[in-house]
Design a protein around this ligand. Structure first.
Ligand code: SF4
Ligand code: SF4
Length: 542
């Protein structure tokens, strides 16, 4: 359909190099014998292993659970045995190692039991979000943000427009274009599920105007009633038109505020591959364990798209596509926003959209001083002043870089691309951001340490006071008990004395000579008196 589009600032027309990997249908890559599954494949906290070495697992079984709200679980991409949980090299610009679960495939590829939800409309938004979270779905466009969070706008935000981003604007990358061509219905199913979760009326699928096949397939896949609320819109092929903020501007004319989020202006944006993963998770009950990956560049004989299990080594995919002598450098992502990895012995992760294999540039560009030509500012889609940012980043004046909105930089690399002085501007901006984050992290850590120390002091003092109070109460109790004891002793003494007096009196009574004189006859009484008189007399005489 024809629709009014808004123009974005800056941007570049770049050579695409896309056709080379789109000449054949996507092929499913063979299951690797060993799959390496990093615990952190997303923005947020790393997942926590819930299996141990030696455990056998089924395909789709959760093997690491989300550790926090901003975190997602990891699932076994095939059935097999856990053979290690240890640090391995992961895709990262610094070439670091990180904790991974290592799975040895058993070749059976046996699925765990899956719960399908064919009628997802019976589920409410939170039930859908839980399914999407438990399926480990993150933004597959490269960002890796947990998708269920973006489907929870909160009580204070109303979402008017849901956008699916199919504008794959970086050169060489074609995995989304192939997915739109081959799995258009699944993408629309995912969009419908997201629409239901967000309760949105208006949906847009954005496709670049040079991807006609993808556009046609999507339009054809729309059911009649869906065409009433879903627009498949072609946007100009311009780099970086697929950047989230740029795409929203192009389609709606709205600007996402500086340091703000699309949600703040009533828009939610997801990648087309994320939508397909949502459909698989909700309708089939299957978690995210594979993705489309473009393997391309002059270093492979047969560039193409592969459907790859997460955890598969880059090296096996490069071999599959015909590694040649030019395979010297490996980039994850595209040439503009991707990063070079130090080895191809690293695994495909959820955010691996492309492996670009090429020659290493043996003669690095000679960097010259800035001539203040202003070309970098002319192409900056975020309307920043890259030369000023460069100046302050280089001087490590990070406060100033923030004054110049460093964090609005989307690291598209347009400024670097046009700079006649060959200044690696975007690298300075990445460096400045990392330094600021590190400083903030250190400050946060020291604040936490200080709070812990203060709390410990408080606890010790409170314990001391409690001990003192306890001792005091004990002393008082003892005093009271001993007072009662004294009173008790007196009573006891008095009782003993009284008993002794009674015994004494009794004894006294008992010492009187008994006389059985009751009921005697007069005669008997006279006799007794006579005897008594005689006894008395005898006693007196003795
Ligand atoms: S393009 Fe390069 S030389 Fe020109 S102003 Fe920007 S940083 Fe300076
Ligand atoms: S890398 Fe950042 S500063 Fe450079 S053009 Fe892109 S958004 Fe602008």
């Amino acid at each position: 359909m024809t629709k009014h589009l808004w123009k974005i600032f800056g941007g570049l027309k770049l050579p695409g190099f896309k056709s080379m990997s789109m000449s054949q249908a996507t092929e499913t890559a063979p299951i690797s014998k060993i799959l390496t599954l990093p615990l952190k494949q997303h923005i947020g906290h790393a997942a926590e292993p819930i299996v141990k070495v030696g455990d056998t697992v089924l395909k789709g079984q959760m093997i690491a659970a989300a550790k926090d709200y901003v975190s997602t679980p990891i699932h076994a991409p095939t059935s097999g045995r856990i053979i290690a949980i240890e640090e391995r090299l992961v895709p990262h610009p610094s070439g670091i190692a990180a904790d991974c679960i290592i799975l040895e495939a058993d070749g059976k590829d046996k699925w765990i039991e899956c719960s399908e939800n064919s009628n997802y409309r019976q589920l409410d938004a939170s039930e859908l979000r839980n399914i999407i979270r438990d399926a480990g779905i993150v933004g597959l466009g490269g960002a890796g943000f947990p998708s269920f969070i973006k489907l929870n706008p909160g009580p204070n935000n109303t979402i008017e427009t849901l956008i699916l981003n199919g504008a794959e604007c970086e050169p060489f990358i074609t995995c989304d274009a192939m997915l739109m061509q081959e799995q258009s219905r699944k993408i629309i199913d995912g969009l419908n599920i997201m629409r239901h979760a967000l309760q949105v009326n208006r949906c847009i699928i954005a496709v670049e105007d040079n991807k006609r096949a993808a556009h046609t397939m999507l339009v054809n896949a729309l059911q009649e009633h869906e065409a009433e609320y879903i627009d498949v819109i072609q946007i100009p092929t311009l780099y970086p038109a697929g950047g989230e903020k740029q795409l929203i501007k192009t389609l709606t004319g709205k600007e996402v505020p500086s340091n703000g989020l699309p949600i703040n202006i009533g828009v939610v944006c997801h990648n087309v591959a994320t939508a397909a993963a949502v459909a698989t998770a909700v309708l089939e009950g299957k978690p995210l364990i594979s993705r489309y990956v473009t393997v391309t560049g002059e270093g492979v004989e047969h560039p193409r798209n592969l459907d790859v299990l997460i955890g598969t080594p880059f090296s096996e995919l490069v071999e599959l596509c015909g590694r040649n002598s030019k395979a010297e450098q490996f980039i994850m992502g595209g040439p503009m926003m991707g990063f070079e990895v130090t080895s191809d012995h690293i695994p495909v992760v959820k955010t691996s959209n492309c492996i670009l294999v090429q020659r290493k540039n043996s003669e690095p560009d000679f960097v010259m001083p800035c001539i203040r030509c202003g070309q970098c500012a002319d192409v900056c889609p975020a309307q920043l002043l890259p030369q000023q940012l460069y100046w302050y980043a280089r001087a490590k004046n990070f406060d100033k870089t923030q004054d110049y909105n460093l964090f609005d930089c989307i690291e598209c690399g347009c400024c670097t691309y046009v700079c006649p002085s060959h200044i690696p501007l975007v690298q300075y901006f990445r460096f400045a951001k990392t330094e600021i984050w590190t400083q903030e992290q250190e400050k946060k850590s020291s604040d936490i340490a200080r709070q812990r120390h203060e709390f410990r002091q408080f606890r010790m003092e409170r314990k001391k006071a409690e001990n003192e109070e306890r001792k005091k109460q004990k002393r008082e109790l003892l005093k009271k008990v001993s007072g009662e004891k004294d009173n008790g002793e007196d009573a006891k003494k008095a009782a003993i004395e009284a008993a002794m007096a009674r015994v004494k009196a009794k004894r006294k009574t008992q010492s009187i000579t008994p006389a059985n004189t009751d009921n005697l006859t007069e005669k008997q009484k006279e006799k007794i008196a006579e005897v008594e008189s005689a006894r008395k007399k005898a006693k007196e005489e003795s």
